[in-house]
Design a binder for this molecule. Structure first.
Ligand code: ZN
Ligand code: ZN
Length: 241
């Protein structure tokens, strides 16, 4: 994890650094991290989209709908709010944040999560805890930090909802990008567990990750939380892959 001095230095650098767009580098008003042109490279997904997984649908559907994926395999989460495609500048920012160790980009990415918390599906009920999707300790050592954890912490400061690190990754899973959906699900089976001495019974939880791909990871985490008696498990991500 990050040490306090590292966090402090980040903050000092951010305070005294001129405000430039993190996408294109052009000067911005103080406090603006991303210009409108860069923002526009990953536009917000418009309705209709699946009420459960937010997957967009090309075409016209009146009212709410549930996509075939969610109909087939009832996900363990109640919904996942993910309103931006991981493309354009947003995709680059996530990549730089995650693999380039540009830790300060959490401030930009958290805006997408703040927006997700304002979705009616999240606003509909109380949220007791934000639960970041965990990384396996080996992966954590390689990467230096857990991107979901860093985003949860930043979001918690904004929303005052506490972070609960109650899920752990107990199996080292192969990197998933090469797998199709079924392989991913097999790869992830039993990869997660409830961390000792955590009680989520009766709680309303919001899982949090940087990117939604097939939803298998969130599904597996939600299964664990449901089995532990969580009352509801919703999820938010900054973007969808
Ligand atoms: Zn820009
Ligand atoms: Zn769906």
């Amino acid at each position: 994890m990050r040490n306090p001095i590292g966090n402090f230095l980040d903050t000092v650098v951010e305070l005294f650094y001129p405000s430039n767009c993190v996408g294109c580098g052009h000067p911005q008003d103080f406090g603006t991290f991303l210009c409108n042109d860069c923002k526009a490279t990953s536009p917000r997904i418009q309705a209709p989209f699946c009420r459960c997984c937010s997957r967009p649908f090309d075409g016209v559907i009146a009212g709410e709908f549930c996509c075939p994926n969610c109909e087939d395999r009832k996900p363990a989460f109640d919904c996942v709010v993910s309103n931006y495609q991981a493309k354009g500048v947003l995709r680059d920012l996530i990549h730089r944040f995650k693999y380039g160790r540009q830790y300060h980009l959490r401030r930009v990415l958290v805006e997408y999560l703040v927006e997700a918390t304002q979705d009616p599906r999240i606003q509909a009920g109380p949220v007791h805890y934000l639960v970041p999707v965990p990384l396996h300790p080996t992966r954590l050592r390689e990467r230096g930090f857990n991107q979901a954890d860093a985003l949860a912490e930043t979001l918690s400061k904004r929303t005052r909802v506490p972070v609960l690190r109650c899920v752990e990754r107990q199996r080292y899973t192969n990197t998933q990008t090469r797998f199709d959906r079924v392989e991913r699900m097999q790869n992830l089976r039993d990869a997660f567990a409830l961390r000792k001495n955590n009680n989520v019974r009766g709680k309303h939880l919001v899982l949090l990750d940087d990117v939604l791909t097939t939803g298998s990871t969130l599904h597996e985490c939600a299964l664990v939380l449901r089995a532990a008696g969580a009352e509801s498990v919703r999820a938010i991500t900054a973007a969808r892959g």
